[in-house]
Ligand binder design. Structure first.
Ligand code: SF4
Length: 326
């Protein structure tokens, strides 16, 4: 370890090694996550606590914990929502049966589905109404996938999770075929799957680009840039956050060791070692204060210099529904 002279006591003390922290831009909260959180905050302000939220509003325990302290109650089923309280649907979107059930009960609900997920829902419906069988590229069990599949009757949409499934899938007899994608996929993985589908089904319809949203795309471009410059990359975000996990994968595929951690306390400093350059980014549902806490934790162990690595500007925000703007 480096040592330096401690002038006032005439002793030596460990000198912290230098570390350049490269912060990805953009990182962290996307417009859709802000939009969803604002739904809950405005509902609490307008209607008082408790406000019920179906599923985690976004996949981050810090965000959920903060809203819970302010009066939000997170549930997995509408059955847990009392008749006289508002309920918010999460950013990931819900199957059509959920708002239908809320309406049948006369519940007051607010749909915080990200507008970019809503766009995919409308694509699914358009293809279904045109008589096409739909292939959804996405990950089984993710709430966004559950919500998107639930836009059309059971059996009208099939899930394709990887290239192997794209090679094997049999859509059966149909008048037309279309594909749509989850918004938070790896851009490169989705492109490889789409290539297979287009080769096997040359007439398949799809969006002009895949449905992966601008926030996911920008964060993946930024983490690639980080991985190209840094010795190691830290990706902040929850283990159930799809876009966070993709960021760690994308960085790792560049050949740079990448570690996903939920917060500073999760960092294994022995594994991290003493890199000269550390790239830091955060998934779309990770609040910025967690990133700053990691920088502070680094500063306790290293002589830290920070620099931003910007690949895109994000000015987009989504307007809240009129009822929440009053
Ligand atoms: S990651 Fe994309 S699709 Fe998901 S909430 Fe953010 S902007 Fe919307």
């Amino acid at each position: 370890m480096h040592r330096r002279r401690c002038v006032w006591q005439g002793k030596t003390e460990p000198m912290r090694p230098p570390l350049l922290v490269l912060l990805a831009e953009p990182r962290g909260f996307c417009a859709g996550v802000e939009f969803a959180i604002q739904h809950v905050e405005r509902a609490l302000a307008l209607y008082g606590a408790p406000v019920y939220v179906r599923h985690e509003i976004v996949h981050n325990q810090h965000v959920v914990g903060d809203l819970r302290r302010r009066g939000a109650v997170f549930v997995e089923s509408l059955d847990e929502v009392p008749d006289d309280r508002p309920v918010v649907f999460s950013a990931h979107g819900v199957p059509r049966t959920v708002p239908e059930a809320a309406e049948a009960r006369g519940l007051f609900y607010l749909d915080a589905t990200c507008p970019l997920v809503g766009k995919v829902h409308r694509e699914a419906l358009r293809h279904y109404n045109a008589g096409r069988r739909i292939l959804l590229i996405g990950h089984a069990g993710h709430p966004e996938v559950v919500g998107t599949m639930g836009q059309v009757p059971e059996g009208a949409m099939q899930l394709v999770q990887n290239v192997e499934e794209a090679e094997a899938i049999d859509p059966g007899p149909c008048d037309g075929l279309a594909y749509i994608t989850q918004t938070t996929l790896s851009v490169d993985d989705a492109a490889a799957i789409i290539d297979v589908l287009k080769r096997r089904f040359p007439d398949i319809e799809g969006p002009h680009r895949e449905d992966i949203c601008f926030a996911t795309t920008n964060r993946q471009q930024a983490v690639k840039a980080l991985a190209a410059c840094a010795d190691r990359v830290l990706v902040l975000g929850a283990p159930n956050s799809s876009n966070t996990r993709r960021l760690a994968e994308v960085a790792g595929r560049q050949g740079t060791p990448a570690h996903r951690v939920a917060e500073a306390a999760d960092i294994d400093w022995a594994v991290l070692g003493t890199p000269a350059k550390l790239g830091i980014t955060a998934g779309a549902s990770t609040p910025e204060h967690l990133v700053q806490a990691v920088v502070d934790a680094c500063a306790e162990r290293f002589e830290v210099t920070t620099a931003a690595l910007r690949v895109a500007d994000e000015g987009t925000g989504f307007r809240l529904p009129h009822v929440l703007r009053e």
